[in-house]
Design a protein around this ligand. Structure first.
Ligand code: GDP
Ligand code: IMO
Ligand code: MG
Length: 441
């Protein structure tokens, strides 16, 4: 008998890099279709399977299952050069990419987007955002300005030529006059992008229709978020955010699916906090604890190799992510990184200029004034990497997880203790199990 229908969104509950790739890969086992709904090659999702490491930027993490269809939705932005490199890499490992499809409505990152991203960051000086330099913001800006080139334009040579000539003329004024950069040669850009078009054309589809039909056929869809709640353009720590909507609501807009078709929202958070790029970070530990978390957690960006800023778990952020995403349950990753610590701090509220603040402030200026109020829990000082059930965990580790679940008012359905698939405790089936998990009293 067919299992009950469940369409699930997996989102990052912090500032990205929570381990969404690992959790999506794990959950893809019960999905027929995995869909990316926002972001572009700023994302870096690492999946480790049988000792082999896959670093995915645009291709959904479901690609590693032979029968799972993968779709890159309309809310994403596509750098065709990087996507083709990624397709080559995946194929070189013997994995077919024939089941990968791309929305015709997704916007295309062009060379001037990357140039403007880097030049505008430089121009901002101390106001810089710390972007990945992948042209993400400028691609989304063109989408809003209605000057963007979409996948459907890319695969139509006449349309592509016309649009590239018009846009390059327009962007050259900005490149030369505003940023003192050399202008682009429109014909060279056309030639380069026509080649990309030939390679990608067989993958381009009407993704919204395809996903709708899959749902009608009672196939299970997993929507994979990139980035995280606090990098959301509307609900994150603006302006230190990305230019898309990683929150669960973004999955509907970014795929063309109605909210009534979503059954579950699963959040992913690390057992501590990291952030790459600029912006306020109340629990940042600029001391030996931060160093230890960075070293044990190998906290270097998958996309840019930048060192990630590290700090304690922030329960105010956790509660906010539960609210903003309508989260049903959570996966806590990298618990093993805390194994050596004798005590572990958790931020339970903020002190904002003498006032206790339980709710995440909606302004980065206010957030920068917030000091964490910590509760200290005992560490377990033993390895958890081989634990496979809750009973295997040291009591202090279980108490830590219970504390987090109660603090955020959300059940914890999955605990991750290492990068590989098997280093996982599935407390409750997050897709088909009851909505009240064990780690929640
Ligand atoms: P994503 O962007 O959310 O997919 O996360 P990243 O892949 O950028 O970063 C997470 C990193 O942590 C990757 O290198 C994963 O292989 C690794 N990882 C995931 N889960 C665990 C875990 O439970 N423990 C440890 N030690 N590493 C993990
Ligand atoms: P995944 O999917 C962590 C951050 C950048 C910068 C800000 C804006 O791997 O979790 P952008 O290039 O998007 O304009 O940069 O967002 N950022 C990420 N941080 N993980 C990511 O993706 C990120 N994608 C963007 O560091 O602060
Ligand atoms: Mg990442």
């Amino acid at each position: 008998m067919r299992r009950p229908l469940a369409n699930v969104i997996v989102i990052g509950a912090q500032w990205g890099d929570e381990g969404k790739g690992k959790i999506t890969d794990l959950l893809s086992k019960s999905a027929d279709v995995v869909v990316r709904y926002q972001g572009g090659v700023n994302a870096g999702h690492t999946v480790v399977v049988e000792g082999q490491t896959f670093k995915l930027h645009l291709i959904p993490s479901g690609i590693l299952y032979p029968d799972t269809e993968c779709i890159i939705g309309s809310g994403t932005v596509i750098d065709p050069k990087v996507l083709i490199e990624e397709l080559d890499q995946v194929e070189a490992l013997g994995i077919s990419t024939a089941k990968l499809m791309i929305s015709q409505a997704a916007h295309v990152t062009m060379p001037y987007h990357r140039m403007i991203d880097k030049a505008s960051e430089e121009r901002r000086g101390s106001q810089k955002i710390g972007t990945t330099g992948r042209g993400i913001g400028p691609t989304y800006a063109d989408k809003s300005e209605r000057t963007g080139i979409r996948m459907i334009d890319l695969i139509n040579p006449d349309r592509l030529k016309e649009q590239v000539h018009w846009t390059v003329n327009y962007k050259n004024v900005i490149l030369e006059k505003l940023y003192n950069l050399s202008p682009l040669d429109a014909e060279a850009v056309v030639k380069e992008y026509l080649e990309y078009a030939d390679r990608l054309r067989p993958h381009v589809i009407d993704a919204s229709l395809n996903i709708y039909n899959a749902i009608q056929e009672r196939r299970n869809i997993l929507f994979e978020g990139a980035q995280g709640t606090l990098l959301d353009l509307d609900h994150g720590t603006y302006p230190y955010v990305t230019s898309s909507n990683p929150v669960a609501g973004g999955a509907c807009v970014g795929t063309g699916i109605g909210p009534t078709m979503i059954d579950r929202v699963i959040g992913v958070a690390k057992a501590y906090t990291t952030r790459v790029g600029e912006g306020p970070f109340p629990t940042e530990a600029k001391d030996e604890v931060g160093e230890l978390l960075g070293d044990r957690g190998a906290e270097f960006g998958t996309t840019t190799g930048r060192k990630r800023r590290c700090g304690w778990f922030d329960g105010v952020i956790g509660r906010y992510a539960v609210r903003i995403n309508g989260m049903d349950c959570m996966a806590i990753t990298k618990l093993d990184v805390l194994d050596e610590l004798d005590e572990i701090k958790v931020c339970v509220a903020y002190d904002m200029e003498g006032e206790r603040c339980e709710d995440f402030p909606s302004s980065s200026i206010q957030l920068a004034k917030c000091k964490p109020i910590y509760e200290t829990l005992p560490g377990w000082q033993q390895s958890t990497v081989d634990c496979r059930t809750l009973e295997d965990l040291p009591k202090q580790a279980l108490d830590y997880l219970r504390f987090l679940a109660e603090l955020m008012n959300v059940p914890i359905a999955i605990v991750s203790l290492g990068a590989s698939r098997d280093q996982t405790i599935v407390v409750e089936d997050p897709i088909h199990g009851p909505k009240r998990g064990l780690l929640y009293s």
